[in-house]
Write a protein that binds this ligand. Structure first.
Ligand code: GDP
Length: 296
């Protein structure tokens, strides 16, 4: 996802590190090129501006210009600033609440909510040995509940039995009861999406949230949609309140800007990355590792 950006930046920094001494003008020129590279990678404009301003402020400091390896110091400053922009520390799913802990998955139709629900459930079951129940609250798309049931079956994860004619809030209530009675540690609620954000969707999410009192509300966003994904995260956060973001399709050839802007624009952490269609294609988001990957 970051290949093009990474190539562009390494071109800029190779030039910079090859020169011995650096003038303020050299640093400014490099920052202009970094700015262009970030914009082309689809990073949100105000995020780019604030990023390059911060790097420039630190990089034109006398210590850098006078140092023996000024180019490398600039690269280090860019690296540190990237890490900060991405949220500094990895933020795993927080399950620190009385069981059953509810995780509510929200997002647009086709963003990967159902697939990601199963991926998370599988990981919690297999790696953390937790007892997980999944429930589909999507009563709009006829096949949605069945899709989750099949994923559950394939990955040996329990799903709430399907009862026709129930509303999403009825299902949320039933899921909680079943989770409590069944001694589950975690209940994952896979909600319905739409092709775009609309009022009924937001109201439905708010109703479910009021009933399920989820400890985590994870927005699932398709990284291939670039800035739309960032705007989506902002809208969902303003209307429903999210606790974290899962970026899907990071195995595709998106330009990466969404990943780089998300945290700065929404203030909410990217927690996980979807890296493929299979149920094990899920990775933690580590700001430091991502910055290393981008800077090669
Ligand atoms: P939902 O409507 O939000 O529940 O979306 P789905 O979970 O049904 O996913 C829609 C499609 O995206 C499915 O074909 C998934 O296999 C695919 N998908 C989901 N996450 C990823 C991912 O990280 N990478 C790739 N390549 N495909 C994904």
């Amino acid at each position: 996802m970051f290949d093009t950006l990474s190539e562009r930046l390494s071109g800029i920094f190779d030039k910079l590190t090859r020169r011995g001494a650096l003038s303020e003008a050299d640093v400014n020129e490099a920052m202009r090129e970094v700015r262009r590279a970030l914009i082309e990678a689809d990073v949100a404009l105000d995020v780019v501006r604030s990023f390059t301003d911060k790097v420039r402020a630190r990089a034109v400091g006398a210590d850098v210009i006078r140092s023996v390896t000024p180019g490398q110091m600039v690269v280090k400053i860019v690296h540190d600033q990237l890490v900060e922009m991405l949220g500094s520390e990895a933020e795993p799913i927080d399950l620190n609440a009385p069981a059953p802990v509810a995780i509510m998955m929200v997002g647009l139709q086709g963003s990967g909510k159902t697939t990601t629900s199963a991926k998370i459930a599988r990981r919690l079951t297999q790696q953390q040995k937790l007892k997980v129940l999944m429930a589909s609250l999507d009563v709009r798309r006829p096949a949605a509940q069945e899709q989750l049931r099949i994923l559950g079956q394939q990955n040996s994860i329990d799903t709430l039995p399907i009862v026709a004619g129930q509303s999403p809030t009825d299902i949320a209530t039933r899921a909680q009861q079943a989770a409590r009675l069944g001694g589950y540690d975690v209940v994952i609620l896979d909600t319905a999406g739409r092709t775009h954000i609309d009022e009924p969707l937001m109201m439905e999410m708010a109703d479910i949230k009021a009933i399920a009192k989820p400890h985590e509300i994870l927005l699932v966003a398709d990284s291939l949609t670039g800035q739309d994904a960032v705007n989506l995260a902002r809208s969902f956060d303003e209307r429903v309140g999210i606790t974290g973001i899962v970026l899907t399709r990071t195995d595709g050839d998106g330009r990466g800007g969404a990943a780089l802007s998300m945290r700065a624009v929404t203030g909410k952490p990217i927690k996980l990355l979807g890296t493929g269609e299979k149920s094990d294609a899920l990775e933690d988001f580590h700001p430091g590792r991502v910055a290393n990957r981008i800077l090669g």
